[in-house]
Write a protein that binds this ligand. Structure first.
Ligand code: NAD
Length: 477
């Protein structure tokens, strides 16, 4: 049993009224620890500390900030196994994925350590004599970062690293299910020399924390990764609280198009590990499988073989390739979506139900001939379920793919250059993979269109949301 405390002004503490909430291992349903529940007084202190931290941190040189981010990256890598075990214990994903997540977070810190040094602004060539005019990039101010439970370390680092690199202070609220990764990130940064108050960690009742801190005068920017309904609520609150800037990375319902000329075996080989990563609880996960009717039967048969080879179990155990869902809420939601699809005519080809009676395990599931009327045809699945929908023409499939209110990532498998180009142009989506599922990497922007949100994380674009442009126009005399 362990305690996850609040980090306020450089000190780890219980909440001011001593309230705690349990942390549960989704593979065993046992309580493994508890986290503090921040009070309103704790949140006020965190906001004041963030303001002081900002005034101090923005005056550091880019090199000083860069060295601290790099130092934190090294510390994460050195402790990758232990941090990975914490992630698996709280989230359920298999340990190999958790360790890979730690290394990805370290790479993100390294990337923004350098991007901060390149936040140049620009000088405008003289338009009138004896004038000096330039655009300076300045940190936006104290940031409220709200991260989810599916990638607890990477999603937190994608906000904290660029914000710190830009010169902002941050209050990070990790998801209450998986708070240890945020603690590991904060410890790495503090060990590397981050001054007190520059990073705070709070957790407790999400609605109360976001309401108070979004409205807090010290907070100038909010970044949220999570669901569409919560994103809309927070965006409204941020507007009301003084048109505060927002980055929203919300859900996805990624279409995968398997064209009739695709290498079906290769596509399935690539799709299975990515689809079942983190038990399908990934916003960029392939989610709606549109398969040309000429190859659908073969594709479904390969999928069923691939799924049969997965080993469901505790993510900490050797040989396990698929862990549980992270919460009972997700287990019930996924079960309901599958039942609904079957009741509306889908053919159950593999899985379809909860696995065992202890832990939030759901069988890897393949559904064929899913009707447009099924709820999962329009609603994000966020679980280990593959719905296959047949099609015959490009117009039909691009229409269905774009009918979603979400547009985060999309994939096509084809040997045709023309098809690859058409799809990449026509699809309404923030990221596109052609014969690959690799659309998320430190070097590239990650973010969606439509209700998937706005603003991007990652790449050279990922630091912009934490800076404002200031134009200075100066006459010599
Ligand atoms: P949910 O809507 O209950 O919560 C989503 C997240 O928002 C959670 O981390 C929760 O703690 C937080 N949250 C809820 N209310 C909040 C509030 N008022 N203020 C601040 N934070 C608040 O959904 P869920 O069951 O936890 O997750 C499933 C859905 O969330 C899926 O549909 C998925 O799209 C979305 N999700 C997306 C991502 C992503 O990477 N984009 C990550 C996790 C969840």
């Amino acid at each position: 049993m362990y305690d996850v405390k609040l980090l306020i002004d450089g000190a780890w503490s219980a909440s001011s009224d001593g309230q705690w909430s349990p942390i549960v291992n989704p593979a065993t349903e046992e309580q493994v620890g508890r986290h503090a529940i921040a009070t309103s007084e704790d949140l006020s202190r965190a906001a004041e500390a963030a303001e002081r931290g900002f005034r101090l941190w923005r005056r550091k040189t880019s090199l000083e900030r860069s060295a601290i981010l790099r130092g934190a990256a090294t510390r994460l890598r050195e402790n990758a196994r232990a941090i990975g075990e914490d992630i698996t214990r709280e989230n359920g994903k298999i340990i190999g994925e958790s360790i890979a997540e730690v290394n990805w977070a370290a790479d993100t810190l390294d990337w923004y350590a350098e991007e901060g040094r390149r936040a140049y602004g620009r000088i405008i060539p003289e338009k009138m004599p004896d004038m000096h005019q330039y655009v300076a990039k300045e940190p936006v101010g104290p940031v409220l970062a709200l991260s989810p439970w599916n990638w607890p370390l990477v999603t937190s680092t994608r906000k904290v690293a660029p914000a710190l690199a830009a010169g902002c202070s941050v209050i990070l609220k990790p998801a209450e299910e998986t708070p240890s990764a945020a603690v590991a990130l904060a410890k790495a940064l503090l060990d590397a020399g981050l001054p007190s108050g520059v990073l705070g960690i709070v957790m407790g009742i999400p609605g109360e924390i976001s309401r108070q801190l979004i409205a807090a005068p010290q907070i100038r920017k909010v970044s949220f990764t999570g669901s569409v309904p919560v994103g809309k609520l927070l965006a409204a609150q941020a507007a009301e609280a003084g048109l505060k800037r927002m980055t929203l990375e919300l859900g996805g319902h990624a279409p995968v198009i398997i064209w009739d000329d695709a290498d079906v075996d290769d596509a399935v080989k690539k799709l299975i590990p990515v689809k079942f990563r983190t038990s399908g609880q990934v916003c960029s996960s392939p989610s709606r499988f549109f398969v040309h009717n000429a190859v659908r039967e073969r594709f479904v048969a390969r999928l069923v073989e691939g799924v049969a080879a997965l080993r469901l179990g505790n993510g900490m155990d050797d040989g396990v390739t698929l862990g549980p869902l992270t919460s009972e809420r997700r287990l019930n939601a996924v079960g309901r979506l599958v039942e609904d699809a079957v009741s509306k005519g889908a053919k159950l080809c593999a899985g379809g139900q909860r696995h065992g009676t202890v832990g939030y395990f759901f069988e890897p599931t393949v559904l064929d001939s899913v009707s447009d009327a099924a709820t999962l045809a329009t609603e994000e699945i966020f679980g280990p379920v593959i719905p296959v929908i047949g099609f015959d023409s490009y117009e039909e499939v691009i229409g269905k793919a774009n009918a979603s209110t979400l547009g985060l990532s999309a994939y096509v498998f084809t040997r045709s250059l023309e098809m690859a180009n058409r799809f990449s142009r026509d699809i309404e989506s923030g990221m596109v993979g052609v014969n690959t599922l690799l659309v998320s990497m430190v070097e590239a922007p990650f973010g969606g269109v439509k209700e998937s949100g706005y603003g991007q994380e990652g790449g050279i674009e990922g630091i912009d949301p934490y800076m404002v442009n200031k134009f200075v126009s100066q006459a010599f005399a």
